[in-house]
Structures are given as structure tokens and as C-alpha cells.
Ligand binder design. Structure first.
Ligand SMILES: C[S@@+](CC[C@H](N)C(=O)[O-])C[C@H]1O[C@@H](n2cnc3c(N)ncnc32)[C@H](O)[C@@H]1O
Length: 316
């Protein structure tokens, strides 16, 4: 266990000097999260889960064995299905599993939905096992397994990303994921993404998963108008991950964005006034942000107007 703690501490990296109590606190947190990776399937399926044979005659990995940054524990079938359900797989999706273990998620998605998938796994024996498993599952033409480090390999082609790592690894991946194509769907077994709250939480038989859609970046000032861009309104948006706030200047009136959010390229907000007696909604905007252009419909006091928008001022 001490070795695992040292190894996981190493993953926080960067030669940062910590006081002894801070090291002890981090070590405790690491052991606790490593245990969670183990305990979640035990709680759901009992100790037999660990005795199941997951390998073949050439290689038999043991559940809980060391990995580069996190141990190997396969995602239980029932949670894997719930994770695949929540992302609503489409025929053209390309699924990447980061730390793909025996390949079960990539192979399962190819079998059930016929989609392409890529697994990135550091342990070369697990990579070879995943390849053999894909042959046995008759999906070797759809899937690829790469031996490599998830922090070095490129997974930018993914439209769906699956994770079963550790909280600090999710946090390290967060800026990379947020820079991916808007609309990329991300689902994580057990661990969340800190301040980036999930769009959906899934719960199954003792297990939990978190689901996000990478939001397009819309923070900044926009001029909104009829499709010929006759100025009609101005938007000043503040964005925290998928959540939006800010102001809408409409016919000289300054209104608040009362609730707003992104879901990939889709933008939706209500606007109105904030008073001491509460929010008074006056209208909604629903649209799409693609390639720096905003289009949608403004519904102001029941009157609908198609709108197009362009940025004014600098993108953040
Ligand atoms: C908890 S297991 C999850 C396996 C699989 N994704 C699943 O859900 O069944 C984590 C996997 O990540 C692998 N791993 C750990 N650190 C890694 C790294 N830096 N790069 C690639 N794989 C890594 C481990 O070997 C292990 O197979």
C-alpha cells in the first residue's frame, strides 16, 4: 500500500514541496480514493467480483493490480451499460476509453452499437489481452488498443470519452477535455470533475457515474440582431463551464440572464429582471453557437424573432 501511495503521490507531480502534515493528508486521501475504486464494485457485487476470471490462458490480470497512475478494476457490466445509455450513442460516434484495462468498455460499445472505439492503456499485457478479447468478440475491425500514457496520447478524435480513474486524474484531464470539440460527451465511473458539475448523475446498484457535455465557449460580448444583423440587442455573457450568467441589452433596457446553460453547441437562457421579491422572467433565447456564430430564436414576451449574433470585442 505504501508503494501505491508513493506512486499515486508521484502522479500529482511537479516536484512541489509539501509539509509533513500535508503529505500525510494527501496520502490519506489517496488511499481513501484508491480504496473507493476497489470498494465500489465489492459493495455492488460482493467479493466474488474479485475472484472472477477476467483474462485468458495467456494473461490473467487480478482486480486491484497496480497500474501507472491508478489500479485496474473493471467497470461492472450494469454500470457500463448505464454509462453507454447516458451518452446516447450515435452510429458515427468514436468512443475513447482512457485507461482501457481489458478493453471491456470499447469492446462492449462496438458489440452493442457497432461504433468504432479506441482504448489507451499503459500496461502492455492488458493491451494485448484487450486485442485478443476484441477478436473473441468479433469486433477487432472496429476497435484499436494503444499502449500509452493517457497524459501523452492524443484522444482529440473522440466524440465520447469514458473514464474510470481517480479524482485527481480527472482534474488533471479537465482542461484538456474542456478544450475538446464542443458536444463531446464524457462519462466517468465513480469520480466527478470537481467544480465542473455534471450535467447528469447516474446511479445503479451501488455504483455512480457522472456525465458532461463539453460546452462551446461563449463568454464575452455579442451583438444580436435579425439575420441581416440589424442591431437589436447586445449580450454580455459570463460563463462557468456550462453555466451562463450576464446581461441582455434589449431596446435600451438592461436585463439579467436569470438562468442559462450550454449543452455542447446549444445555448439556452431565460432573461428578465431581478427584484427583491424574486426573479421576473420576460423571455427566452434558444440557439446554437457554431464556428463563432450564434443563431437562434428570441422569444420576448411571447413574440418570437429569429436572431443571429456575432462577437464584439475579444474572445476570452
Ligand atoms: C480503474 S481501471 C479502469 C479500466 C477500464 N477503463 C474499465 O472501466 O473497465 C484504470 C486503468 O487505467 C490504467 N492506467 C493507469 N494509469 C494510466 C496511464 N497513465 N495511462 C494509461 N493507462 C493508465 C490502469 O492500468 C487500469 O487498467
Amino acid at each position: 500500500m505504501a508503494h501505491r501511495v508513493r506512486q499515486l503521490l508521484g502522479s500529482w507531480g511537479s516536484g512541489q514541496r509539501l509539509s509533513r502534515p500535508a503529505v500525510r493528508r494527501r496520502a490519506t486521501a489517496t488511499v481513501a480514493t484508491a480504496l473507493l475504486v476497489w470498494l465500489m464494485p465489492i459493495a455492488a457485487f460482493g467479493a466474488d467480483y474479485f475472484r472472477q476470471i477476467h483474462g485468458d490462458a495467456l494473461y490473467e490480470p487480478s482486480v486491484g493490480q497496480e497500474g501507472k497512475d491508478v489500479i485496474w478494476v473493471p467497470t461492472p457490466d450494469v454500470l457500463m451499460q448505464a454509462m453507454l445509455d447516458v451518452v446516447k450513442i450515435q452510429p458515427n460516434d468514436i468512443l475513447y476509453d482512457l485507461g482501457s484495462g481489458d478493453g471491456k468498455i470499447v469492446i462492449g460499445a462496438a458489440q452493442r452499437y457497432g461504433i468504432k472505439g479506441v482504448g489507451i492503456e499503459y500496461n502492455p499485457d492488458l493491451v494485448l489481452l484487450a486485442k485478443r478479447n476484441s477478436v473473441r468478440a468479433a469486433v477487432s475491425d472496429k476497435v484499436t488498443f494503444i499502449q500509452g500514457d493517457i497524459f501523452k496520447e492524443d484522444f482529440g478524435a473522440a466524440t465520447v470519452l469514458t473514464l474510470y480513474l481517480l479524482p485527481e486524474l480527472n482534474l488533471k484531464l479537465k482542461p484538456i477535455i474542456l478544450a475538446m470539440r464542443p458536444g463531446t460527451r464524457v462519462v466517468s465511473n465513480t469520480f466527478n470533475m470537481g467544480t465542473w458539475s455534471a450535467d447528469t448523475t447516474i446511479e445503479v446498484q451501488g455504483g455512480r457515474g457522472y456525465f458532461w457535455v463539453v460546452p462551446a465557449q461563449v463568454e464575452g460580448r455579442w451583438q444580436l440582431g435579425d439575420p441581416d444583423l440589424k442591431p437589436a440587442a447586445e449580450l454580455d455573457i459570463q460563463q462557468t463551464f456550462q453555466m451562463l450568467s450576464g446581461r441582455l441589452l434589449l431596446n435600451g433596457e438592461s436585463l439579467s440572464i436569470l438562468s442559462g446553460r450550454m449543452r455542447g453547441e446549444a445555448i439556452a437562457f431565460t432573461y428578465g429582471t431581478r427584484t427583491s421579491r424574486g426573479d421576473q422572467a420576460r423571455g427566452t433565447f434558444q440557439g446554437t453557437v457554431r464556428a463563432g456564430a450564434l443563431t437562434g430564436t428570441l422569444s420576448d414576451q411571447g413574440v418570437e424573432r429569429p436572431m443571429a449574433g456575432r462577437r464584439i470585442g475579444q474572445e476570452p
